[in-house]
Ligand binder design. Structure first.
Ligand code: PGA
Length: 247
């Protein structure tokens, strides 16, 4: 049985006090929600503070980083390595489309980062998604995922989380339809371990999340904007827990 997941990517948002208030509100709001794992991915600079806030007897709430370098240490000014964050975070987002677009991250770099995360015992949250909707999207995305995980062993596939995020649906007005997302996720499932959670991401909110998580193919969601509003995010977690309840 794959575990249901809700992930919040805070991107480059929140001041120090915003981050403290938001993580505290989320911690208190999700405390009594069971049956899913919730992962907050704040800016790296707030990780060490938030780890103390969320680790108050709630083991279904964890932390992830938004990025790592593929080297463990060295002359890489401004970068953060996997060994640096492994004692604070369990997860790291790798290959988000904004990093590809704004920082020229290509598939070989992404696959090195995935391997660096695995070596440091972090679980990578690997983002995949086509830039434009087309008939061939499923095969394009499958090819992309295979390259992204080409530097790790098959036995490590169960430690991955895959986020299917069609680039055209991120930060937009309209998400992909649940049928469309489920079709691509079914194709991605062939590539990974049966225990690997595969999530949908792209314009998910509290009003539309049920459409995605009511599909058995979709194990949860990764949210951007909706993760920055405590009430909305807690509602999303509640809906996911409800739909994924083991009956
Ligand atoms: P969004 O962002 O939910 O604001 O569309 C999703 C993402 O970037 O992962």
């Amino acid at each position: 049985m794959r575990r249901p997941l809700v992930i919040a990517n805070w991107k480059m948002y929140t001041s120090f006090s915003d981050a403290v208030v938001l993580s505290t509100a989320i911690r208190d709001g999700v405390e009594n929600i069971s049956g899913l794992e919730i992962i907050l991915c704040p800016p790296a600079v707030w990780l060490t503070e938030i780890v103390h806030i969320i680790h108050k007897n709630i083991n279904h709430l964890s932390l992830g980083a938004q990025n790592i370098h593929y080297m463990n240490e060295g002359e890489f000014t401004g970068e953060i390595s996997a060994p640096m964050i492994r004692d604070i975070a369990k997860y790291v987002i790798i290959g988000h489309s904004e990093r590809r677009k704004n920082f020229d991250e290509d598939l070989p770099i992404i696959s090195r980062k995935v391997a660096a995360a695995i070596d440091a015992s972090l679980s990578p949250i690997i983002c995949v998604g086509e830039k434009k909707q087309s008939q061939g999207s499923a095969s394009e995305v499958v090819k992309e995922l295979k390259e992204e995980i080409s530097d790790i062993k098959k036995e490590d596939y169960k430690n991955l989380i895959i986020a299917y995020e069609p680039v055209w649906a991120i930060g937009s007005e309209e998400p992909a339809t649940p049928e469309y997302a489920a079709r691509i996720i079914t194709a991605l499932r062939e590539v990974v371990h049966f225990e690997t959670p595969i999530l949908y991401g792209g314009s998910v909110d509290a009003a539309n999340v049920y459409k995605f998580v009511s599909r058995p193919e979709i194990d949860g969601v990764l949210v951007g904007r909706s993760g920055l509003k405590a009430k909305e995010f807690i509602k999303i977690c509640r809906i996911v827990a409800e739909y994924k309840k083991i009956v």
